[in-house]
Design a binder for this molecule. Structure first.
Ligand code: GRF
Length: 203
Protein backbone atom coordinates (compact mmCIF):
# COMPACT_ATOMS: atom_id res chain seq x y z
CA UNK A 1 0.00 0.00 0.00
CA UNK A 2 1.14 3.54 -0.76
CA UNK A 3 1.04 6.06 2.07
CA UNK A 4 1.37 9.85 2.02
CA UNK A 5 2.08 11.48 5.40
CA UNK A 6 1.19 15.10 6.19
CA UNK A 7 3.24 16.83 8.91
CA UNK A 8 3.88 20.23 10.48
CA UNK A 9 6.44 19.55 13.18
CA UNK A 10 9.01 17.27 14.72
CA UNK A 11 7.71 14.13 13.07
CA UNK A 12 8.31 11.61 15.82
CA UNK A 13 5.16 9.79 14.77
CA UNK A 14 6.38 9.90 11.18
CA UNK A 15 9.60 8.28 12.40
CA UNK A 16 7.69 5.48 14.13
CA UNK A 17 5.80 4.84 10.87
CA UNK A 18 8.99 4.93 8.78
CA UNK A 19 10.56 2.39 11.16
CA UNK A 20 7.49 0.14 11.05
CA UNK A 21 7.60 0.16 7.24
CA UNK A 22 11.29 -0.69 7.26
CA UNK A 23 10.82 -3.64 9.61
CA UNK A 24 7.80 -4.72 7.50
CA UNK A 25 5.45 -4.43 10.45
CA UNK A 26 3.51 -2.24 8.06
CA UNK A 27 2.95 -3.78 4.66
CA UNK A 28 3.32 -0.51 2.85
CA UNK A 29 5.61 2.32 1.88
CA UNK A 30 5.60 6.02 2.50
CA UNK A 31 5.76 7.53 -0.97
CA UNK A 32 5.83 11.19 0.11
CA UNK A 33 5.84 13.49 3.10
CA UNK A 34 4.14 16.85 2.73
CA UNK A 35 4.62 19.69 5.21
CA UNK A 36 2.91 23.06 5.43
CA UNK A 37 6.05 24.42 7.09
CA UNK A 38 9.61 24.57 5.85
CA UNK A 39 12.48 23.69 8.17
CA UNK A 40 10.62 21.25 10.37
CA UNK A 41 12.46 18.20 11.62
CA UNK A 42 9.88 15.86 10.08
CA UNK A 43 11.28 16.79 6.64
CA UNK A 44 14.78 15.89 7.79
CA UNK A 45 13.57 12.49 8.93
CA UNK A 46 11.89 11.88 5.56
CA UNK A 47 15.02 12.86 3.65
CA UNK A 48 17.16 10.57 5.77
CA UNK A 49 14.80 7.75 4.83
CA UNK A 50 15.00 8.75 1.13
CA UNK A 51 11.35 9.69 0.99
CA UNK A 52 10.18 12.45 -1.36
CA UNK A 53 9.29 15.67 0.47
CA UNK A 54 7.18 18.66 -0.46
CA UNK A 55 6.64 21.94 1.36
CA UNK A 56 3.40 23.75 0.63
CA UNK A 57 3.28 26.86 2.79
CA UNK A 58 -0.29 27.70 3.72
CA UNK A 59 0.70 31.36 4.06
CA UNK A 60 1.25 31.50 0.30
CA UNK A 61 -2.46 30.86 -0.35
CA UNK A 62 -5.33 33.27 -0.03
CA UNK A 63 -7.80 30.73 1.30
CA UNK A 64 -7.92 27.38 3.06
CA UNK A 65 -9.60 25.93 -0.02
CA UNK A 66 -6.86 27.10 -2.38
CA UNK A 67 -4.18 25.71 -0.08
CA UNK A 68 -5.96 22.37 0.33
CA UNK A 69 -6.38 22.10 -3.44
CA UNK A 70 -2.65 22.41 -3.88
CA UNK A 71 -2.02 19.79 -1.20
CA UNK A 72 -4.58 17.48 -2.84
CA UNK A 73 -2.91 17.93 -6.20
CA UNK A 74 0.42 16.91 -4.72
CA UNK A 75 -1.12 13.95 -2.89
CA UNK A 76 -2.96 12.73 -6.00
CA UNK A 77 0.25 12.76 -7.96
CA UNK A 78 1.24 9.73 -5.86
CA UNK A 79 -2.12 7.93 -6.03
CA UNK A 80 -1.82 6.76 -2.40
CA UNK A 81 -4.10 4.25 -0.70
CA UNK A 82 -3.84 6.03 2.63
CA UNK A 83 -3.27 9.58 3.87
CA UNK A 84 -1.79 9.81 7.37
CA UNK A 85 -1.95 13.03 9.38
CA UNK A 86 0.98 13.00 11.82
CA UNK A 87 1.11 16.24 13.75
CA UNK A 88 -0.44 18.10 10.80
CA UNK A 89 -1.65 21.34 12.31
CA UNK A 90 -4.12 22.56 9.69
CA UNK A 91 -7.89 22.46 9.78
CA UNK A 92 -9.11 20.68 6.65
CA UNK A 93 -11.65 22.08 4.20
CA UNK A 94 -14.80 20.07 3.54
CA UNK A 95 -13.80 19.21 -0.02
CA UNK A 96 -10.42 17.92 1.09
CA UNK A 97 -11.99 15.68 3.73
CA UNK A 98 -14.56 14.32 1.27
CA UNK A 99 -11.94 13.59 -1.35
CA UNK A 100 -10.12 11.19 0.98
CA UNK A 101 -13.00 9.96 3.10
CA UNK A 102 -12.30 6.49 4.49
CA UNK A 103 -8.67 6.80 3.43
CA UNK A 104 -7.39 9.37 5.92
CA UNK A 105 -6.29 8.79 9.52
CA UNK A 106 -5.36 11.24 12.26
CA UNK A 107 -3.83 10.90 15.71
CA UNK A 108 -5.03 13.25 18.41
CA UNK A 109 -3.46 13.51 21.87
CA UNK A 110 -6.52 12.99 24.05
CA UNK A 111 -9.04 10.35 24.93
CA UNK A 112 -11.61 11.57 22.42
CA UNK A 113 -14.36 12.67 22.61
CA UNK A 114 -12.67 14.48 25.49
CA UNK A 115 -10.54 17.50 24.55
CA UNK A 116 -10.69 18.00 20.81
CA UNK A 117 -8.51 20.90 19.64
CA UNK A 118 -5.32 22.27 21.14
CA UNK A 119 -3.46 22.11 24.49
CA UNK A 120 -5.07 18.82 25.45
CA UNK A 121 -2.46 17.83 28.01
CA UNK A 122 -2.70 21.09 29.86
CA UNK A 123 -6.48 20.94 29.83
CA UNK A 124 -6.47 17.40 31.24
CA UNK A 125 -4.06 18.39 34.05
CA UNK A 126 -6.07 21.51 34.87
CA UNK A 127 -9.28 19.49 35.00
CA UNK A 128 -7.66 17.20 37.58
CA UNK A 129 -8.03 14.12 35.36
CA UNK A 130 -6.40 10.92 36.59
CA UNK A 131 -5.65 9.84 33.06
CA UNK A 132 -5.08 11.11 29.58
CA UNK A 133 -4.18 9.46 26.31
CA UNK A 134 -4.30 9.44 22.57
CA UNK A 135 -6.71 8.45 19.84
CA UNK A 136 -6.31 7.27 16.26
CA UNK A 137 -9.42 8.01 14.23
CA UNK A 138 -10.66 8.27 10.67
CA UNK A 139 -10.93 11.86 9.52
CA UNK A 140 -14.37 13.32 8.91
CA UNK A 141 -15.54 16.90 8.67
CA UNK A 142 -15.94 17.23 12.41
CA UNK A 143 -12.63 18.42 13.92
CA UNK A 144 -11.07 15.50 15.84
CA UNK A 145 -14.50 13.89 15.61
CA UNK A 146 -14.30 10.97 13.16
CA UNK A 147 -14.85 7.33 14.12
CA UNK A 148 -12.36 6.12 16.69
CA UNK A 149 -10.11 3.20 15.76
CA UNK A 150 -7.80 2.80 18.76
CA UNK A 151 -6.95 4.63 21.98
CA UNK A 152 -4.17 4.33 24.51
CA UNK A 153 -4.46 5.59 28.06
CA UNK A 154 -1.71 6.95 30.31
CA UNK A 155 -1.86 8.03 33.96
CA UNK A 156 -1.52 11.62 35.12
CA UNK A 157 0.33 11.83 38.44
CA UNK A 158 -0.20 14.68 40.88
CA UNK A 159 3.30 16.11 40.45
CA UNK A 160 3.30 15.91 36.64
CA UNK A 161 4.38 18.83 34.49
CA UNK A 162 2.75 19.22 31.10
CA UNK A 163 5.95 17.90 29.50
CA UNK A 164 5.75 14.66 31.54
CA UNK A 165 2.29 13.95 30.22
CA UNK A 166 3.26 14.89 26.65
CA UNK A 167 6.16 12.45 26.80
CA UNK A 168 4.03 9.65 28.18
CA UNK A 169 1.37 10.20 25.51
CA UNK A 170 3.88 10.40 22.65
CA UNK A 171 5.42 7.05 23.65
CA UNK A 172 1.98 5.48 23.31
CA UNK A 173 1.35 7.20 19.98
CA UNK A 174 4.46 5.58 18.58
CA UNK A 175 2.94 2.21 19.44
CA UNK A 176 -0.66 2.61 18.35
CA UNK A 177 -0.31 4.64 15.14
CA UNK A 178 1.89 2.10 13.34
CA UNK A 179 -0.42 -0.68 14.52
CA UNK A 180 -3.52 0.98 13.09
CA UNK A 181 -1.72 1.73 9.82
CA UNK A 182 -0.69 -1.91 9.68
CA UNK A 183 -4.34 -2.95 10.04
CA UNK A 184 -5.34 -0.59 7.23
CA UNK A 185 -2.59 -1.84 4.93
CA UNK A 186 -3.59 -5.44 5.66
CA UNK A 187 -7.17 -4.58 4.56
CA UNK A 188 -8.48 -5.26 8.05
CA UNK A 189 -9.69 -1.73 8.75
CA UNK A 190 -12.33 0.28 6.97
CA UNK A 191 -14.77 3.12 7.40
CA UNK A 192 -18.30 2.63 6.10
CA UNK A 193 -21.32 4.90 6.63
CA UNK A 194 -19.34 6.93 9.15
CA UNK A 195 -18.36 3.92 11.25
CA UNK A 196 -15.03 2.14 11.71
CA UNK A 197 -14.74 -1.64 11.29
CA UNK A 198 -11.90 -3.99 12.15
CA UNK A 199 -12.17 -7.44 10.57
CA UNK A 200 -15.73 -6.47 9.56
CA UNK A 201 -16.73 -5.95 13.19
CA UNK A 202 -17.79 -2.47 14.34
CA UNK A 203 -15.19 -0.88 16.62
C1 GRF B 1 1.32 14.33 18.48
O1 GRF B 1 1.16 14.40 19.87
C2 GRF B 1 -0.01 14.19 17.81
O2 GRF B 1 -0.97 13.55 18.59
C3 GRF B 1 -0.43 15.60 17.61
O3 GRF B 1 0.75 16.30 17.34
C4 GRF B 1 1.87 15.61 17.89
C5 GRF B 1 2.83 15.37 16.78
O4 GRF B 1 4.10 15.01 17.21
N1 GRF B 1 -1.44 15.68 16.57
P1 GRF B 1 5.19 14.55 16.14
O5 GRF B 1 5.36 15.66 15.11
O6 GRF B 1 4.72 13.28 15.51
O7 GRF B 1 6.45 14.36 16.94
Amino acid sequence: KKIVVLVSGSGSNLQAIIDACHTKQINGQIVAVISNKADVYALERAKQAHIATHVINHQDYSSREAFDQMVAKQIDHYQPDLIVLAGYMRILSADFVQRYIGKMLNIHPSLLPKYPGLHTHRRAIEAGDGDHGTTVHFVTEELDGGPIVLQAKVPIFSNDEESDVIERVIAQEHQIYPLVIKWFCDNRLEMRDGKAYLDHKPI
